[in-house]
Design a protein. Sequence first.
Length: 398
Amino acid sequence: MCILKKQSDTHSAKSVIHLSQDILSEHTEQTRRSDLRIAIVSDAIAGRNGVGTFYLDLLAQILPHVGAAQLFSPSDIPDRTLERFALPLPGDKTQRLAWPKKSTLYNQLDALDPSIIVIPSLGMFSYFAFRYAQIKAIPFVVVNHTDFDQLLSIYWPNWLSRPFQNILSIINRRLCEKAVGIGVLNDTAEQKAKQNGARSVQIMATPLDKDFLTHPIQPIDGAINRAIFVGRLAPEKGITELLHAVHSLSAVHFTVIGDGPLRDKVQTVANAYRNLSYLGWLPRKRVREEIDAAHVLLLPSIYETFGTVALEALARERFVIASEGCGISKWPSLASGIFTISRETSLTSVLSDICRQSFEERDRHARKSWQAVREFNGKAITDWLDFFYKSILPRTSN
């Protein structure tokens, strides 16, 4: 279990906020934002992937504004007091799907006494959180981070992926129908949630780790010749295209940070090419340092619900190349300064073009996004607090 928790000094007595299927009790009307007690129950390993870091960043930013908040999830080193056992994810042995000890998880949730539960994944942690919310009559919200149809079609043949897609669709539809609110990170996910029967859907902005916002920025000076990739080393992340760029652009030095099923492939290329350094998985502070040492961040993913690492690079005033399949490309204030890989271009061609541009031309294009990041982060925190608070208010119509 990963804990980020703040107890309000004025919170003297616990009160359970009861929820019927359509109407919340009158106690909820008097709940202020500073009284919110938020339980986030996730199947993603804390700090190891996009979802795993997303909620660490979010909790750090909302803690000063709520009564209490806590993340319940598998940890990087398995917590045997919480995890009963775990299985490796299909196609990626670097990640695992953990089965929690229900009684332990429920006791920990009881200790927090949440006024709202957040479910951001599909797995046994999420399932037990769903059951706990129903048993205790606590409102819960679902946040859709992953397009499972996309992932399953990449890893498995159609005859195998289709049945699992149908099963996950049924589970997701049930969650959408029961949840008091659905959070999504782009408009495509919004449409899917509405099709699944969601009562209330809101597109949410992505928060940032404070270190990426507050640490002094080192301006880029001179030529663009250092590129960086940060993320899972998996087929959907565009690793093949990344390694093709390494082969084609010998004047550019590439740094790769991350772990995943394609790790050996990346390591083999790093051993053969002097312009590629593979650093493995790194903690967040080291990631920020490596982004600062680079000039341009690469995000050639086939699909990304958002692409937090691109937002982090923009916060550090680094150039960003991202594919059209990345959700960050759908946010106008941020997309205006991103160099986009379209269907007619490639990572290699876009990076080559940037390297040939003048400093003034590159800076003029990217600065629009650089300047938008802090406003975007402020909007994220406000949006999430409002989302949680409004989700526990009585609903007069649905």
